[in-house]
Write a protein that binds this ligand. Structure first.
Ligand code: SOE
Length: 387
C-alpha cells in the first residue's frame, strides 16, 4: 500500500469535544507518522459563521460551513466527525452514511436505542467505517487493565464498581439549554448523567468485564425547574441529576455504578475497581497514568497494593510518547482513538467501539432509566462482550 493517503475530515460542532477531536487529529503526523492514512482537516461546520471561522483558524481547518447538509454533500470529505448535541447524532449520521461517508461520532451514540439502532442499520447498509468516541478506553492505564484481565491474572471476577462524580450543576441559577448546558435539557441530551457519564463507565465495564444482563436503578432530579435558554422561561427539568444502579454481568459478577453532578468537590472523578479471585485492580481518572494492582499470590510479607505508573514503552501506547516516567494526559486518549481509527482503515478491521458496540451501551442506559422510572429490575438484552 502506498504511503501518504489522506482521510479528509469534516467536523460538525466546535464545542469542547470539537476541540478534543481536532487536537487528536493534529497530533497524528508527529506521533503516528507511519500511518498510511493521515488526517487532513478539510472543513469544520457550525451554525455561527464567526465562531466557526475562528475555530477553523485556531485548529487548522481549510474551510468552513454553516449547514451540516452542505458539509456532507461535499465530494472532498471522506469522514464526518459528529460533535453536536445528542439530539442531532442520528439525523446527521444516517444522512452522512447515505452519502457514503465514514463516521466518527461523539458519545453517547444517540438518545435512545431506537435512534441508535437506526444509526447502526444506516452504517451497515452503507458499509462505511464507523466508531464512537468512548475515549477513556484508550488511556494507557485503562488499556493495561484490559490486558491484565484478558491474561487471566485476576481469575474469576466477583465485583465491578464504578463512579463518575461531578459537581457543576448544583446551582439552581444554572439555566438549561444552549452551549454546554444542552446536557441539562432532556430533549437535546436524552438523559442526564446516565447518557453523559455512566455511558462511559458502562462502555469501559462491558469492554473489561463482559455484558451487563439486567439492572436495578434509582435516579433523582434535585433541581426540578430551570430557566431554558431558548424560551427564557422556567421549565421542568427532565434529566436525571444523579443515578445509582446495580446489575449482574453475564460472567456472574455483580456491578455497582454511581454518577452525579451533585458531589461537591468532585470535578470528573471517574473511578473503577474490579475484584477477582486472585487479584484486584483500581483506576482513578484524576491520577490517570496510574493503575493500582493487588495480587494475593505475592509473598505475604510484601503483599499489598502496587501503584503502577503506566509510562514505560512496553505498556500500551506509551512508546509513542516521551521516555519512561513521563506522564501523558486526558487529551492523549483522543489522539489514540484517532490513530486507531486511521490504522483500522489500513487493516480493514473495525475500530471499536463501533456504532454496533455503542448500541449495546445504549441498551444498558435505556434499561437503567426504565428501571428507575418503573422501580423494577430490567433486562438489558445486551449480546455478549463489548469489543
Ligand atoms: C460532562 O461534563 C463531560 O464533559 C462529558 O460530556 C464527557 O463525555 C466526559 O468525558 C467529561 O464530562
Amino acid at each position: 500500500m502506498s504511503k501518504n493517503k489522506t482521510l479528509r475530515i469534516g467536523l460538525i460542532g466546535c464545542g469542547f469535544m470539537g476541540r478534543t477531536h481536532s487536537n487528536g487529529y493534529n497530533r497524528i503526523k508527529n506521533f503516528f507518522p507511519e500511518l498510511v492514512y493521515q488526517p487532513e482537516l478539510k472543513a469544520v461546520c457550525s451554525r455561527n459563521a464567526d465562531k466557526v471561522k475562528a475555530f477553523a483558524e485556531q485548529w487548522g481547518y481549510a474551510s468552513t460551513e454553516t449547514d451540516w447538509k452542505a458539509l456532507i454533500a461535499r465530494d472532498d470529505i471522506d469522514a464526518i466527525d459528529i460533535c453536536t448535541p445528542n439530539d442531532s447524532h442520528a439525523e446527521i449520521a444516517i444522512a452522512a452514511a447515505a452519502k457514503g461517508k465514514m463516521i466518527l461520532c461523539e458519545k453517547p451514540l444517540a438518545r435512545t436505542v431506537a435512534e441508535g439502532q437506526a444509526m447502526v442499520d444506516a452504517v451497515e447498509k452503507a458499509r462505511v467505517a464507523n466508531t464512537v468516541w468512548y475515549n477513556y478506553r484508550r488511556l494507557p492505564a485503562v488499556t493495561l487493565a484490559k490486558q491484565l484481565i484478558d491474561s487471566g491474572k485476576l481469575g474469576k471476577i466477583f465485583h465491578y464498581r464504578a463512579n463518575f462524580l461531578q459537581d457543576w450543576t448544583i446551582s439552581p441559577e444554572l439555566p438549561q439549554g444552549g452551549e454546554g448546558l444542552w446536557r441539562l435539557d432532556v430533549d437535546a441530551a436524552g438523559s442526564g448523567v446516565t447518557g453523559d457519564l455512566l455511558a462511559h463507565c458502562i462502555d469501559t465495564a462491558m469492554w473489561l468485564n463482559g455484558g451487563i444482563t439486567d439492572v436495578s436503578a434509582v435516579t433523582e432530579t434535585f433541581i426540578k425547574e430551570r430557566v431554558h435558554q431558548a424560551s427564557g422561561k422556567v421549565q421542568k427539568v427532565g434529566i436525571d441529576d444523579a443515578c445509582i444502579f446495580h446489575c449482574h454481568f453475564e460472567n456472574g459478577s455483580l456491578g455497582l455504578f454511581e454518577s452525579t453532578r451533585y458531589a461537591r468537590g468532585h470535578k470528573a472523578l471517574y473511578t473503577f475497581e474490579i475484584n477477582g479471585e486472585h487479584a484486584s485492580i483500581r483506576w482513578d481518572l484524576h491520577d490517570l497514568n496510574r493503575l493500582e494492582y493487588f495480587d494475593h499470590r505475592d509473598d505475604s510479607i510484601v503483599r499489598g497494593w502496587r501503584s503502577i505508573l503506566v509510562t514505560d514503552g512496553d505498556q500500551p501506547y506509551m512508546k509513542r510518547w516521551w521516555v519512561p516516567g513521563l506522564s501523558i494526559g486526558y487529551e492523549h486518549s483522543f489522539v489514540h482513538q484517532a490513530a486507531d481509527f486511521l490504522k483500522s482503515l489500513e487493516t480493514g478491521e473495525p475500530c471499536h467501539p463501533t456504532f454496533k458496540d455503542a448500541l449495546e451501551t445504549q441498551k444498558v442506559c435505556e434499561a437503567v432509566i426504565d428501571s428507575a422510572n418503573t422501580r423494577s429490575w430490567k433486562d438489558t438484552n445486551v449480546k455478549g462482550w463489548l469489543k
